[in-house]
Design a protein around this ligand. Structure first.
Ligand SMILES: [Zn+2]
Ligand SMILES: [Zn+2]
Length: 231
């Protein structure tokens, strides 16, 4: 599975175009401008890809920019966790809270839950429900190539934000990391919703929040994470 990463909009949100054998999925479109949309379209054209699914790791406003554009332009299915629906319905409110504007996407046509799969090309992605940062947070895992797109759950040296956002739970988030992501194994490459890609092994050994959750050292106490991370 090829993964093309883009970083878009004022929240510096990562968008991933994953493709294999001429077919693609777009995870978290995140495109807030025409230039950003064109960037994704160029990669689709250059690789002659058929877009099969539009996927959301979760429906926070920074991840749903551009969904409406791709949804209306391509014949594909829009999939997210069912708990994304109220967030999409309140997209205007979310945008207003952050002082931005968003074209609200239509509600996803198919819901994904723990244990579901998403297929394109020769790839099958496994869906994990990884709530805490938001109730609808899901992760997409490709075991064969050891790659996972995990949204705002686990970042390089940080974790998803659980303050100042509705329906968050820090303990649930840490549980998602320790019970769902860490078992994927140290070699698993993680493509997060913000910041650079990382691996489970790196975060298990260096991420102060993960170490704290695992009951290791107290190194992480008081560490507040990089500015802007965790949206
Ligand atoms: Zn985000
Ligand atoms: Zn988020």
């Amino acid at each position: 599975m090829h993964v093309e990463a883009f970083t878009f909009n004022s929240f510096m949100t990562n968008c991933y175009l994953c493709y294999d054998d001429g077919e693609a999925v777009l995870i978290d479109a995140s495109c807030a401008s025409d230039a950003e949309r064109q960037e994704v379209l160029r990669v689709i054209d250059e690789n002659d890809l058929e877009l099969r699914h539009l996927l959301l790791t979760h429906a926070h406003v920074d991840h749903i920019f551009g969904c409406q554009f791709f949804e209306s332009r391509f014949d594909m299915t829009f999939k997210a966790h069912e708990a994304a629906v109220p967030f999409i319905e309140r997209a205007d409110e979310q945008a207003e809270a952050f002082g931005v504007e968003v074209e609200p996407p239509t509600v996803p046509t198919t819901f994904l839950a723990e244990g579901d799969t998403v297929s394109f090309g020769t790839v099958t992605l496994d869906v994990l429900h990884t709530p805490g940062h938001s109730p609808d947070s899901i992760s997409f895992v490709h075991s064969d190539s050891q790659q996972a797109v995990t949204g705002d759950v686990l970042f390089q040296n940080s974790i998803g934000r659980t303050q100042g956002l509705p329906e968050t739970s820090r303990s649930q988030l840490l549980n998602s990391i320790t019970e769902k992501l860490l078992p994927l194994g140290d070699e698993m490459r993680i493509y997060p919703g913000h910041g650079p890609e990382t691996t489970i092994g790196r975060e298990r050994h260096q991420n102060p929040f993960v170490k704290e959750a695992l009951g290791g050292t107290d190194e992480g106490v008081g560490w507040r994470g990089p500015t802007g991370a965790g949206r």
